[in-house]
Design a protein around this ligand. Structure first.
Ligand SMILES: C[S@@+](CC[C@H](N)C(=O)[O-])C[C@H]1O[C@@H](n2cnc3c(N)ncnc32)[C@H](O)[C@@H]1O
Length: 295
């Protein structure tokens, strides 16, 4: 992404190439439904039904939401249109599509459903309504995938934490990790499909020989703390056995972020103490010691 550069193309295709949260302000005037033929491939506005048009604009505005910074704003010019059959009209002698002309075409046959001729379609409000409807913004779009991965981590995996004192600066470092270590390549393939992560042979070294199995054993490991925190937040509703570890681990990773921000202040010391407490609580949960808190 470059500043002051014009990116021209299909709106959805171009937006999909942009990173998250980079735009301060969006001003847009999309084609209304059922009016003009702009004469370009993949144009919006001439879908046979209003629902198809709303679905496409909703997909565009989800991308707009993704690329907007949290304090960003979007200004949308959206007008209404009347049901008419056939949609629009075509007058001989007007500029043709592709020659810079924006004229009504008699080509598209709009399906107005229950609307009578000359009824307002209500498209601005229908779009506003569609954009207000909650949708899943996490990375694992399929609920079956979220439930499956949580079940695998619950049954076969680990949510673990550790703390160690660094020799160089004398400070405590804390981590929370999620692993699935298994001899089943099919299971680990599926974990990677749902949540791409590192995948390493685990029992190759002598120290672990015989610990898991004599079969090749690998570990699926999301590794980075920010990705692990995102994963835990997406899977939290689906954990049954490791719900407490998930909650404690997610909080620990949030405190890790705070620690980086706070540097060497007194507040940073308090955050470090809380992190060590959370590590102990996660370890206690994993050793089936009593850890009581209400969720
Ligand atoms: C209402 S006009 C907006 C004109 C613009 N505000 C201006 O002042 O030039 C809608 C514009 O959207 C463009 N358009 C239609 N479908 C598009 C798509 N899928 N991707 C990008 N632009 C599209 C049309 O070519 C048209 O120029």
């Amino acid at each position: 992404m470059k500043l002051n550069k014009i990116y021209q193309g299909d709106v959805l295709a171009v937006l999909k190439t942009w990173p998250d949260e980079i735009v301060d302000c969006v001003v847009t005037s999309p084609p209304y439904w059922g009016l003009r033929d702009y004469g370009i491939e993949g144009q919006l506005g001439l879908e046979p039904t209003l629902d198809e048009y709303l679905d496409k604009l909703t997909a565009v505005f989800r991308e707009v939401r993704r690329v907007l910074k949290p304090h960003g704003t979007a200004w949308v010019n959206m007008g209404d249109a009347y049901a008419s059959a056939p949609a629009g009209n075509f007058k001989e002698g007007m500029p043709k599509p592709g020659d810079g002309g924006q004229y009504r075409s008699n080509k598209p046959k709009m399906q107005y459903g229950n609307l009578k001729p000359k009824d307002l379609t209500g498209q601005p409000w229908l779009l506003a309504r569609a954009l207000q409807t909650p949708y899943y913004i996490g990375k694992i779009k399929s609920e079956i995938d979220r439930a499956w991965l949580a079940a695998i981590i619950d049954g076969e995996g680990t949510i673990t934490a550790n703390a160690h004192l660094r020799k160089d600066d004398g400070r405590w470092r804390t981590r929370c990790d999620v692993f699935v270590t298994n001899t089943s390549a099919a299971m680990l393939d599926e974990c990677c499909r749902i949540w791409p992560a590192s995948r390493r042979r685990h029992n190759a070294g002598g120290a672990r020989k015989g610990r898991y199995s004599d079969k090749p054993c690998s570990r699926w490991w999301p590794e980075h703390s920010e990705k692990t925190s995102l994963l835990l937040s997406e899977l939290y509703p689906y954990f049954i056995v490791k719900k407490k570890q998930c909650l404690l681990g997610w909080n620990l990773l949030e405190f890790v972020k705070d620690g980086r921000r706070l540097g060497k202040s007194q507040a940073a010391q308090e955050v470090r103490d809380k992190r060590r407490l959370l590590v102990r609580l996660i370890q206690d949960c994993n050793h089936e010691k009593m850890v009581v808190f209400s969720i």
